[in-house]
Design a protein. Structure first.
Length: 289
């Protein structure tokens, strides 16, 4: 049912007076469920009817009592009664109108309060989200600050390592003077029992220690040498070849060595690529006093 039909056929008033057919009543009720405009008009019309009924019940619409001065045998004109009823209705309409306006304002106030509550919740959500983002930003700033400190520390360590490397390179480029050359003989027994280990001493300002490993036979194309201390490999290298005196000469940087016993293992590489242990050497390093 459309609004034009409702207004043209006074459907609201006819519905309240029970003058609609069953089909029209059902169609109007279905329309009324979803139409706030018709709902408000229904409330207005119902309130007006209730007000008129209440006024009539209290006798407010009855014509006022007056001294009967009309000639005997004459009745009161109908238009006089109608005018009196209209006047009473006009006197009742302002309170009804105010009541309806108050209901409308109450609904608007409730809607406004609901909207304000929803806006407050949305604002609170935005504040919570802003607070969360602020905490995340602070955490990221702290993390970046920590990472920056770590990067700066690593950079400083690399700078120190480069300075040390440059100093070592400069020292290596200088002529080596008084570099100790220590000849070592192979141990005769597998365990080295009863054989005195050679003592190697070096001055604190000495940069290198040279070990000359004497070989019984130089029958292999190249050799592999490993330096161990307490079963821990300190240094190793392969592809070594003996000199004309059948010696393997190894240059060791003095800072590599710490006080204590060392063992040197020599392996020969066969033509088939297999390694064969040839000899073991032992020495004890003692810094010079």
């Amino acid at each position: 049912m459309r609004h034009e039909y409702i207004e043209e056929n006074q459907v609201v008033d006819r519905y309240l007076m029970g003058r609609l057919s069953l089909e029209e009543s059902e169609a109007f009720e279905e329309h009324l469920l979803h139409c706030t405009r018709c709902q408000e008009e229904m409330e207005t019309s119902r309130a007006l009817q209730n007000g008129l009924k209440a006024a009539a019940a209290r006798g407010w619409l009855d014509p006022p009592a007056a001294q009967d001065t009309r000639p005997a045998g004459r009745s009161v004109p109908l238009w006089t009664l109608a005018a009196a009823a209209a006047l009473a209705a006009l006197l009742i309409l302002p309170p009804i109108y105010l009541f309806l306006q108050m209901n409308t304002l109450d609904r608007q106030l409730a809607d406004t309060r609901l909207e304000l509550e929803q806006a407050r919740r949305v604002s609170q959500q935005h504040e919570d989200e802003a607070e969360r983002l602020n905490r995340e930003i602070q955490a990221l700033q702290a993390q970046l600050g920590q990472e920056d400190s770590q990067v700066r520390e690593q950079l400083e360590q690399e700078r120190q390592a480069r300075r040390l490397l440059a100093a070592n390179l400069q020292r290596l480029q200088q002529p080596h003077i008084n570099t100790p050359v220590i000849p070592l003989d192979a141990l005769r027994s597998s365990a080295g029992e009863g054989e005195a280990a050679t003592v190697v001493r070096a001055q604190p300002d000495s940069g290198w220690i040279v070990l000359a490993l004497l070989l019984d036979r130089a029958d292999y194309a190249d050799y592999r040498v490993a330096l161990t201390r307490q079963d821990e490999v300190v240094w190793q290298s392969g592809g070594l070849r003996p000199n004309y005196r059948d010696e393997l000469v190894i240059n060791l940087p003095r800072p590599m060595l710490r006080e204590g016993p060392y063992q040197v293992t020599v392996e020969g590489m066969t033509e088939s690529g297999q390694e064969r242990r040839l000899a073991r050497y032992a020495f004890t390093y003692q810094p010079a006093p």
